[in-house]
Design a protein around this ligand. Structure first.
Ligand code: ADP
Ligand code: GLC
Length: 477
């Protein structure tokens, strides 16, 4: 089984969020299931620089306004196709926006070119390699299935779309239709039209053979008006062709026993004490009797961090602390900076730092993920792995990965964290208070840590599910 995974980011090469972690981990996870996966990535400067002994396997004299070629090679242990198209990707800095923080105005074209090239590799192969399935991720790759169906031979290749976050739909003005090489006949309510605009994500939902999302609970949520962002009816209409497959985490990268980002790796919860002391030193936090909570996140509305600002005093009054690493919305960045300046129990690092994320997750007693919605979420799973108990909103993949500390779960030695429901400031404050209660019961806390560290958060089960989906749609090849 040969599968081409198509994504706009892929760890460890280029990452803005969990999509990159998933794209980076899938090839290794699926290898164990007999799937040979290669990954098509845009030729950002970092991707071009990382590529080793590359060969040109495809050329395109006019890829949406300029010449392009596909290079095949290896980087960071991954088999890559890198789309070298300087007019689209040879830009400094962030991958989706310029130095002014504004999205590049030609983002629709930049990623349509990715989908187009994926479809060409699917329909005609690249070099001697031709996939039976295209696995496309999010709106950036979501036009590939539609393009595929228009190319000779494209009907023989299966297409799976995975939705990592429906809040990003790849909208473009209707006037871009020709520039994006889209058939006019598809600009209807049952095609890729979305409230008078083009939605590339919607095109993927309509044209892919199957659609998945990154947790079973988010799949159910997406079929409701509250979470579906206008696409709930369409997703319901896909019936059994739409499902949720839970993400895993890379258990080699996130392993407290071998983590090179921390000075004193540990195997049991007791070994955590040194990581905690080191974290307090690093963040300038004094000793305190309550739990040291940590947070590693994009600072956006999705993540519920405005609610946390209001709920946090409850934890601080109980002797708890917060160490936060994140970046994003400038208003949230300054609100957290101000909070840290005021409260000795709060320390904040605004920025993006992979190694520091490891030190936080290793050193914290609990990790907070109070998201308003969360398709899957990865940091709560890192927390489980490190005996850092997750406090999560009861939504999406957070609901699927944390077993709440209610009397039944505590009695059955199953509890791994706390859930917040409904997702409000009050409920979050109550959960933080309960967290302090549980932390004051060392035996109960230690048992929960043991339960958490014993959870299987690997890709093993989900890799089996993805491989089965590929089998179902590969009959066309
Ligand atoms: P999302 O993709 O919505 O941002 P996820 O929980 O799926 O949420 O994935 C976020 C990923 O990005 C995790 O691997 C997390 O550790 C990482 N991350 C987020 N913010 C930072 C940061 N400021 N520094 C380092 N890593 C971060
Ligand atoms: C998205 C979601 C996040 C998920 C990640 C990987 O960025 O916001 O919940 O874990 O994709 O699938």
């Amino acid at each position: 089984m040969k599968v081409l995974s198509v994504a706009s980011e892929c760890a460890p090469l280029v990452k803005t969020g969990g999509l990159a972690d998933v794209a980076g981990a899938l090839p290794g996870a699926l290898d164990a299931e007999g799937v040979e996966m290669r990954t098509l990535l845009p030729g950002y400067p970092v991707a071009m620089a990382a590529l080793k002994s590359a060969k040109t396997v495809m050329e395109d004299p006019d890829l949406f306004g300029g010449p392009a070629r596909v290079l095949a090679g290896k980087a960071a242990g991954l088999s890559l196709y890198v789309l070298d198209a300087p007019h689209l990707y040879d830009r400094p800095g962030a991958i989706y926006h310029g130095a002014d923080g504004q999205d590049w105005p030609d983002n629709a074209l930049r990623f349509a070119a990715l989908g187009w090239t994926a479809a060409r590799i699917g329909s005609a192969g690249a070099g001697k390699w031709r996939p039976s399935v295209l696995h496309v991720h999010d709106w950036q790759a979501a036009l590939a299935p539609l393009y595929l169906r228009q190319m000779p031979g494209g009907d023989k290749v299966g297409a799976l779309l995975t939705i990592h976050n429906i809040a990003f739909q790849g909208l473009a003005p209707a006037g871009d239709l020709h520039a994006l090489r889209l058939p006019e006949s598809g600009f209807t309510a049952s095609g890729y039209e979305y409230w008078g605009q083009i939605s590339t994500l919607k095109a993927g939902i309509v044209w892919a053979d199957k659609v998945s999302t990154v947790s079973p609970t988010y799949a159910r949520e997406l079929m409701t008006p509250e979470f579906g962002m206008g696409l709930d009816g369409l997703l319901r209409s896909r019936g059994a062709d739409f499902s949720g497959i839970l993400n895993g985490v890379d258990t080699d990268v996130w392993n407290p026993a071998t983590d090179t980002a921390i000075k004193h790796p540990y195997k049991t919860p007791r070994g955590k004490a040194r990581a905690k002391a080191a974290l307090r030193r690093e963040f300038g936090l004094p000793d305190a009797p309550g739990p040291l909570t940590v947070l590693v996140s994009r600072l956006t509305q999705q993540k519920g961090l405005d609610m946390l600002l209001e709920a946090l005093p409850v934890l601080l009054h109980r002797g708890g602390q917060l160490a936060l690493l994140g970046s994003g919305d400038p208003a949230l960045e300054s609100a957290y900076r101000e909070l840290a300046a005021r409260e000795p129990g709060v320390a904040v690092h605004i920025g993006y730092d992979e190694a520091m994320a490891h030190r936080l997750i290793a050193g914290g007693n609990a990790i907070l993920v109070p998201s308003r919605f969360e398709p899957c979420g990865l940091t709560q799973m890192y927390g489980l792995r490190y005996g850092t108990l997750p406090v999560v909103a009861l939504t999406g993949g957070l609901a699927d990965t944390v077993i709440p500390a209610n009397p039944a779960a505590l009695g059955a030695e199953a509890a791994t964290g706390l859930q917040v429901y409904p997702v409000t400031t009050d409920a979050l404050a109550q959960a933080l208070s309960r967290l302090a209660d549980l932390f004051a019961l060392p035996e109960v806390w230690a048992r929960m840590q043991k339960n958490a560290m014993a959870q299987d958060v690997s890709w093993r089960r989900s890799a089996v599910d993805y491989a089965a989906l590929y089998q179902e749609i590969a009959h066309r090849a």
